[in-house]
Write a protein that binds this ligand. Structure first.
Ligand code: SF4
Ligand code: SF4
Length: 338
C-alpha cells in the first residue's frame, strides 16, 4: 500500500489538477466548509461534512439540458474527468444509491456519464463529524466498504491509502507517495476502523423505527404533529445524499428560442406530488412527511447497494439543517416514543 505525509497532500492534488477537475474540501472566507474546485489557498484537511452531498456533482441543483436557437436544439450537458477528494463514507454510499436509482430502470445519461468519469477518494472518519452522525446504524460508515477508487486513513501525520479500483491505482502512479508494508498497513487500518466504529454509537431508535414501520405499529398522529411544524422548505431533501427528485421545465425566451432545464424538486412539496388531473394522492403535509420517512426507512429496498437495509445513509444532514427539527433522527425517536 501507499502512504502520504499530510503536508504533501496539496502537492498530490495539484498534480491531479493537470488531468482532472479536482473537487476538495475548502474553507470559505467566512469559515464554512464546502467542496469546491481545489485551490492551494482554500484547501483544508481540517473539515467537517459540508452541507451539500456529492450528488450535486452528478445531478446539479439546476441544469440546462438543451437550448433552442431559431428552432434548433443543442444539448448543453457536459462531463469532465473529476476527482472527488475527501468525501465521507456515508456520502460514498449516497452516490451508490443515487447511481442505482438513476440507472436501474432507465439510464439517465446526463447523470451516468458524469458519474462514470468521476474518481472517488474517500476519507475514512475517525469518529462522528458531529452529534447527528449515525452511519454505524445504517452500515454506511465510518469506513467505506465499496464504490471508492481510493480510501484515505488518517494516521496522524500521514495517511495510509487503500486502492479500490484500477482507476484508483492509476491516479497514484506518481506523486509524493511512499510504500508501506501491506501487513503493517492492514494492522493499522484494522485498529483505526475498530476505534472509529466504537466512536460512533449505534442509534437503536432508527432500527426500532424501521421495525415499527414494517409492522405498521406506528401512531399516525405523529405525522400530523410533524406536518403542522414543517415549513415546506424542501431543505431535508436537498441536503440528503440519497434524494433524487427533480422537475423538468421549459422556458421560452422568445418564439423559437429557449431552454429545457431540470432542477431539484422535493416530495415535501404539494406541487410535486399533485398529478396532472389535479388530484393529489398525498394532499397533506403530514402524508408527504410520512411518505418521505417511509421512503428512507421502509420502502427503499435497494438490495444492490445497501443490502436492502434502507434509503438513509446516516449522514444526519436532515437533522442538521431542518429549521424545525424534523430530521430522520427526530422522527425515528418520535416513532418509538410510545
Ligand atoms: S434521510 Fe437524513 S440522515 Fe438519512 S441520508 Fe438523508 S439527510 Fe442523511
Ligand atoms: S427541512 Fe424540515 S421544514 Fe423543511 S421541508 Fe424538510 S421537514 Fe419540512
Amino acid at each position: 500500500m501507499k502512504t502520504i505525509a499530510k503536508k504533501d497532500v496539496k502537492a498530490l492534488l495539484s498534480l491531479w489538477t493537470k488531468e482532472y477537475h479536482v473537487l476538495a474540501p475548502c474553507r470559505t472566507a467566512r469559515g464554512d466548509f464546502i467542496f469546491a474546485d481545489f485551490s492551494e489557498e482554500s484547501f483544508t484537511l481540517d473539515y467537517k461534512k459540508p452541507p451539500l452531498p456529492p450528488k450535486s456533482v452528478f445531478l446539479p441543483h439546476t441544469e440546462v439540458i438543451f437550448t433552442v436557437e431559431n428552432g434548433q436544439f443543442k444539448e448543453t450537458v457536459t462531463a469532465h474527468n473529476v476527482v472527488l477528494f475527501g468525501i465521507r463514507s456515508c456520502d460514498m454510499m449516497g452516490i451508490l444509491q443515487c447511481t442505482s436509482f438513476m440507472t436501474r430502470d432507465r439510464n439517465d445519461i446526463y447523470y451516468s456519464t458524469k458519474n462514470a468519469m468521476a474518481r472517488t477518494v474517500v476519507m475514512a472518519c475517525p469518529g462522528p463529524q458531529n452529534e447527528t452522525c449515525f452511519c454505524t446504524t445504517t452500515f454506511s460508515g465510518p469506513v467505506a466498504h465499496k464504490g471508492f477508487d481510493l480510501l484515505f486513513y488518517d494516521m496522524g501525520e500521514s495517511f495510509i491509502i487503500q486502492t479500490g479500483s484500477k482507476r484508483g491505482e492509476d491516479i497514484l502512479m506518481s506523486g509524493p507517495l511512499s510504500d508501506i508494508d501491506n501487513a503493517v498497513a492492514r494492522r493499522k487500518i484494522e485498529a483505526f476502523t475498530k476505534q472509529a466504529v466504537e466512536n460512533i454509537p449505534v442509534v437503536d431508535e432508527i432500527t426500532e423505527a424501521m421495525t415499527r414501520l414494517e409492522s405498521g405499529n406506528v401512531d399516525e398522529k405523529i405525522w400530523e404533529h410533524f406536518g403542522q411544524k414543517c415549513i415546506v422548505c424542501g431543505g431535508c431533501a436537498f441536503v440528503c445524499p440519497t434524494c433524487t427528485c427533480f422537475n423538468v421545465y421549459d422556458h421560452e425566451s422568445s418564439p423559437g428560442h429557449g431552454i429545457r432545464a431540470r432542477a431539484w424538486d422535493a416530495c415535501l412539496y404539494g406541487g410535486f406530488t399533485r398529478e396532472a388531473s389535479g388530484h393529489n394522492p398525498r394532499a397533506t403535509q403530514a402524508s408527504r412527511l410520512q411518505r418521505r420517512h417511509e421512503h428512507k426507512l421502509l420502502y427503499y429496498n435497494d438490495t444492490d447497494v445497501q443490502g436492502g437495509l434502507c434509503g438513509c445513509v446516516g449522514c444526519g444532514r436532515c437533522s442538521d439543517y431542518c429549521p424545525v427539527r424534523i430530521g430522520t433522527l427526530e422522527v425515528a425517536k418520535a416513532l418509538v416514543s410510545n
